[in-house]
Design a protein around this ligand. Structure first.
Ligand code: SOE
Length: 381
């Protein structure tokens, strides 16, 4: 069997997560990586056990590399995805797809013209019980959606001494908490319910208007290791915390809260979707169970188990019930669907995985949320 050769662009927090997930697929070989300098590329390749290493431009010239994964800071996603498509490669890009809507639009068009497979790493869709909730809704088990309450809370930016490139708008964009984690939440809300968000009213807060920037380079989540003398003061303009009211295209309402300064909440997405038949409640920190709330009978807890779920959801489970699956499995399941398409050589008409068009949609929602907090008014999407 010839395996599909893949190149990884960027090796911070998420690049190695892509590598691990790809290594669990039988039809894929992680053949190369690239970094900003050839020295760093070599060091990372040796550390991660990757046989070939390059700078970005050199990686693009490798004809045997069929697909690249863009795992760099946000401001590079557009130029690197564009270059990869122009070099004739399939592209899996981290979210957000680009820094603004114009860039994202261009990528959607370019990808469509190229016919190459394009995907965005909205991996939370691949928690099996997220797919189960979507399938239950499609089969009518939820009924009409009455209300949605969501939150995504983290604490890795809790202290003013916590720092990362995501705090710098020129690298990350003008929104932070909403773009970084609110985007996942907004994506799975639309994915599960099938509704479109049509209007938003947002209120942002920057809890730490000044932060202490480390004087040496650090990677996502590793700032906890620094000492006080290693910092300089920096003004922060992006949000640590945001509340957003939502109106959906069925006329009903919802709200989300996102925060990167909630002590003890490491990486918790919670969702409560109430319909005319029941309520779904799910928490990403305990992803192997979903609570099903009923008005006229006892509430239920459905555990992730391929023998209990709809086939659409058990298709993305590898292990039996009680053998918990988590964050690393989500990327594996997403890539499994992406590489099935790559085997066919082109983007399918109706991809099962999130595409550049979904990346565009998320940027559009985030941009409207930003506009709303600036105007302190409802904004239509
Ligand atoms: C950082 O906040 C981050 O890594 C996000 O960028 C991811 O999308 C999410 O998985 C966890 O947190």
């Amino acid at each position: 069997m010839t395996k599909i050769k893949v190149g990884i662009v960027g090796t911070g927090f998420i690049g190695p997560a892509h590598i691990e997930a790809l290594r669990r697929l039988p039809n894929v070989e992680v053949a190369a990586l690239c970094e900003v300098t050839i020295e760093l590329a070599e060091a990372k390749a040796k550390q991660l056990g990757i046989p070939r290493w390059y700078t970005f431009d050199e990686l693009m010239k490798q004809d045997d590399i069929e697909c690249v994964h863009i795992c760099t800071p946000n401001f590079l996603h557009y130029s690197q995805s564009k270059a990869a498509l122009l070099a004739g490669k399939h592209v899996v890009c981290e979210k957000p797809l680009a820094k603004d809507l114009h860039e994202a639009e261009e990528l959607v068009e370019l990808a469509a013209k190229s016919g190459k497979v394009n995907a965005v790493h909205f991996n939370l869709r691949y928690y099996p019980l997220v797919r189960q909730m979507k399938t239950m809704r499609e089969k009518g088990d939820l009924g009409d959606v009455y209300s949605i309450i969501g939150s995504y809370l983290q604490d890795w930016l809790f202290y003013e001494t916590d720092y990362n490139w995501r705090l710098e708008p020129d690298k990350s964009g003008d929104s932070r908490a909403i773009a970084d984690i609110g985007s996942h939440l907004m994506d799975i809300i639309e994915y599960i319910t099938g509704l479109k968000t049509v209007e938003v009213m947002a209120d942002f807060n920057t809890v730490h208007p000044t932060r202490k920037k480390p004087l040496k380079a650090i990677e996502t989540y590793s700032g906890k290791m620094l000492q006080p003398e290693d910092y300089a003061d920096v003004n922060i303009t992006t949000e640590d915390h945001a509340n957003v009211l939502l109106r959906f295209d069925n006329g009903n309402r919802g709200s989300i809260t996102v925060s990167q300064v909630s002590a003890g909440r490491k990486n918790q997405l919670k969702l409560e979707i109430s319909g005319s038949k029941k309520t779904f409640a799910w928490n990403s920190e305990a992803p192997n169970e979903v609570w099903l709330g009923n008005r006229d009978q006892a509430n239920q807890v459905l555990m992730r188990d391929p023998s209990l779920a709809y086939p659409e959801a058990s298709a993305i489970m590898t292990f039996p019930g009680g053998h918990n699956e988590g964050f690393p499995d989500t990327s594996k399941q997403l890539f499994k669907e992406v590489y099935a398409a790559i085997e066919q050589g082109k983007q399918p008409e109706k991809p099962s995985y999130p595409t550049f068009a979904d990346g565009y949609r998320e940027l559009l929602i985030c941009e409207k949320i930003l506009e709303s907090t600036r105007k302190q008014a409802w904004v239509k999407i």
